[in-house]
Design a protein around this ligand. Structure first.
Ligand code: CTP
Length: 381
């Protein structure tokens, strides 16, 4: 696993060569990025010796002018340890004024943060608010522990133990290794004639966030994409509901779990005209019903775990519960159309086969994806 370790100015920065050594021993390749003030607290040569890589302190002195982008793309995880109150404030507000904050802003993978500071700073309104922002944005927080602090008190604020940090990061990187998922995303299209079609408002953002979360956790993922606002390189692309169904049915034999975030059209024009339909005389378009893909999946495969989605305008839980049993799904993720369509965040309700439900607060789709993937993981265990 390639890990970017961001080291900011907390006295516990002196522990980071040992942290790097522990990661390296477990097979990780470590790239350290040290803030200006942290250089007073940790030896750069020590970090370079234990990591075997140059420490990044200035983006303009690197030979490759795109270091922050290349490094961000190549790394499997970004860990900031220790994270000072100052760096937490910058990250929460999107400030990118040095190598570490610039790399962090460009990084789209799994992000971890291990704060360490004086207890009053840790409990301050500003840090509390900024930490909430980071949690909402999908950062995994490795909370500080109680202990003797450099300021002479015994309280919460000490960097989490190095073993806790290493275990948390590596567990996230590997917990779904060997598990095989199919994730579907976006809207299908149904053609009226060669230039006109019907579709729906699905953006595919939720499906993409789930795909990324699964990849970051080591799963093998087949990503099947219809109409989406943000395409994924390497996705299997489909057009109509029938295409989507065939793409899934061809692959379910090799999958442990299907996460059906796509919004397939339930109907198609009864006739797909091969020539452009002339407007004169057209007053209505007859529709015919498409197959329900999940029902077909269940007929073919009784073992695969299925996570379905329900987007409703009314009676959210009742409608979603009815769909869960009608479609033979193992888990239903329900949201209202107003909350989840085309947006970057969502309010989801998780409905399990035994009837249990969990209603979540509004979160980014990245955070929703973590919840959904954790629920899917529980189905597989
Ligand atoms: N779905 C499916 N096949 C379809 C339509 C939907 O497998 N032809 C899946 C969706 O991907 C989603 C779940 O079924 O995971 C619920 O989709 P939704 O559109 O909410 O429900 P529908 O069954 O289409 O019911 P309705 O449109 O009446 O609400």
């Amino acid at each position: 696993m390639r890990i970017i370790l961001g080291i900011s100015s907390s006295i516990s920065a002196y522990k980071t060569p040992d942290l790097v050594r522990r990661f390296s021993k477990r097979g990780s390749d470590m790239f350290c990025v040290v803030t200006r003030n942290a250089r007073h607290l940790v030896g750069i040569k020590a970090l370079e010796t234990v990591s075997g890589n140059r420490v990044i302190m200035n983006l303009f002195r690197q030979k490759d002018p795109l270091t922050h982008i290349n490094l961000s793309r190549a790394a499997d995880a970004l860990l900031i340890a220790p994270a000072s109150g100052n760096i937490i404030g910058k990250l929460a507000n999107g400030i990118a004024d040095d190598p570490l904050t610039t790399i962090s802003l460009a990084y789209t993978g799994q992000r971890f943060i291990a704060p360490a500071m004086n207890s009053e700073m840790w409990r301050s309104d500003a840090v509390t608010r900024n930490m909430q922002t980071l949690r909402n944005a999908g950062w995994t927080v490795i909370d500080p522990e109680a202990g003797d602090l450099a300021c002479g008190v015994h309280d919460v604020g000490r960097l989490a133990s190095l073993d806790t940090i290493v275990d948390t990061v590596l567990a996230h990187g590997e917990d779904l290794r060997g598990k095989r998922f199919i994730v579907t995303s976006g809207a299908t299209r149904e053609w009226i004639d060669p230039i006109r079609y019907i579709t729906n408002r699905s953006s595919g953002k939720m499906g993409k966030a789930i795909y990324e979360e699964l990849r970051h956790r080591g799963a093998t993922v087949t990503y099947i994409e219809g109409q989406v606002t943000h395409p994924v390189r390497g996705a299997v692309t489909v057009d109509t509901t029938e295409d989507l169904m065939n793409a899934i049915l061809e692959r379910i034999g090799n999958a442990d779990c299907l996460i059906m975030a796509a919004a397939p059209l339930d109907f198609r024009p009864a006739t797909r005209h091969t020539q452009k339909l002339k407007k004169a005389g057209v007053t209505s378009i007859a529709l015919t019903e498409n197959d329900d893909i999940l029902k077909r999946v269940r007929e073919r495969d009784t073992k695969i775990k299925v996570v379905a989605f329900a987007a409703e305008t009314e009676k959210l839980v009742d409608n979603a519960r009815a769909k869960l049993s009608a479609k033979g799904a193992n888990l239903m993720i329900a949201n209202t159309i107003a909350d989840g369509f085309g947006t970057d965040d969502n309010v989801i309700t998780v409905i399990r086969e035994n009837g249990d439900i969990t209603e979540h607060e509004r979160m980014t789709k990245t955070s929703c994806a973590k919840v959904i993937v954790n629920e899917a993981k529980a189905l597989l265990s």
